[in-house]
Design a protein around this ligand. Structure first.
Ligand code: SF4
Length: 320
């Protein structure tokens, strides 16, 4: 049976192993077929591009379907479930009334125009907005996960001028802990690892943005393979160069995530390894506070002052 200490060790042991290929999902292999009860999972999509659902399809060894069939009982997931229409809605309402399920929200919640920018479905001739669905499901659930940066903080859906009044889930649900699992899109390991922790061990330790510290507790800058270039003031002149991307707008110094170690696409690559800057997609305020993407950090954080120069900062700004 899994133990929280060994689980956390597994998550942390990946530090310094940027080319490791044994994904987080493998940790759970021996535990997946235990007879432990499987809690119900309800996933609904609000103001989103479905990118998080698509990203999760990149979970490998075991795949997403194995995790979802063995760890939880998926009752509603509009993008992946075979049932449609009345049968799907009935399953959703039955699960909600039974309570004690895990609620995963993908996408921001639209609040302008009576919430009618996002209507997940109609029922008996009346519409259910994403805001109404959230307020219906959240009080009945055991845990609430905001998956992806739109659900967590508003993300691109809430970018200026935000005509739909989109907000992160935790702005609307303030009497319950909302576990934020941001990323644009979310890394499969971040979602599966958080889900695994909730099912087997309960609420994980979180930072001030309600993100699990297991995955978001350090800045990208502190883990980056190009950190020695930064420390020696060697900066890239153009995308594709081998040096530090700070000069090209890299948000690594203020973005909390373990991308340099965990990697993407079955643990193969991440933006800086592909010679483009990190755009800080796990941050609250993304993308507005990361824009323009190619402008160095001091100019994107005007109150912190100063232009980026060839020598770079003596001390990078803290996670913001
Ligand atoms: S600024 Fe970006 S590329 Fe440079 S060391 Fe930090 S995270 Fe890596």
């Amino acid at each position: 049976m899994a133990h929280p200490d060994s689980f956390q060790n597994f998550c942390h042991i990946r530090r310094g192993r940027p080319d490791g290929s044994d994904g987080l999902a493998r940790y759970s292999e021996g535990d997946l077929f235990s007879p432990a009860p499987k809690p119900a999972l309800v996933w609904f999509e609000a103001n989103a591009c479905s990118g998080d659902s698509i990203s999760l399809l990149n979970s490998v060894a075991p795949g997403l379907s194995q995790i979802l069939c063995s760890l939880v009982a998926v009752k509603y997931w509009n993008a992946l479930m075979p049932d449609q229409g009345t049968r799907a809605r009935e399953m959703l309402f039955q699960t909600a009334e039974a309570g004690d399920f895990i609620l995963a929200v993908e996408g921001a919640i639209a609040t302008a125009g009576q919430g009618r920018y996002v209507i997940p479905f109609q029922n008996d001739g009346s519409v259910f907005t994403s805001e109404e669905l959230l307020h219906y499901l959240a009080p009945k659930s055991r845990f609430i996960m905001a998956v992806g940066t739109c659900a967590a903080f508003g993300g691109p859906a809430a970018a200026r001028p935000n005509p739909s009044g989109s907000k992160g889930v935790w702005e609307l649900i303030q009497d319950r802990p909302v576990i934020n699992v941001p990323g644009c899109p979310v890394n499969p390991d971040w979602f599966i690892g958080t889900l695994y922790h909730l099912v087997r061990f309960g609420l994980p330790e979180v930072d001030r943005y309600q993100r699990p510290t297991l995955f978001y507790g350090q800045t990208i800058h502190s883990l980056c393979q190009r950190r020695s270039y930064f420390d020696h003031h060697c900066f890239a002149a153009a995308p594709g160069d081998a040096e530090c991307m700070y000069s090209l707008g890299c948000m690594g110094p203020v973005a909390g995530a373990d991308c340099p170690n965990r990697l993407w696409n079955d643990h193969l690559n991440w933006p800086v390894k592909a010679s483009t800057p990190c755009i800080g997609c796990t941050k609250s305020g993304f993308p507005d506070r990361s824009s323009p993407f190619d402008v160095p950090l001091p100019e994107k954080l005007p109150r912190r002052g100063g232009r980026a120069d060839a020598s770079g900062p003596k001390k990078p700004p803290e996670e913001a």
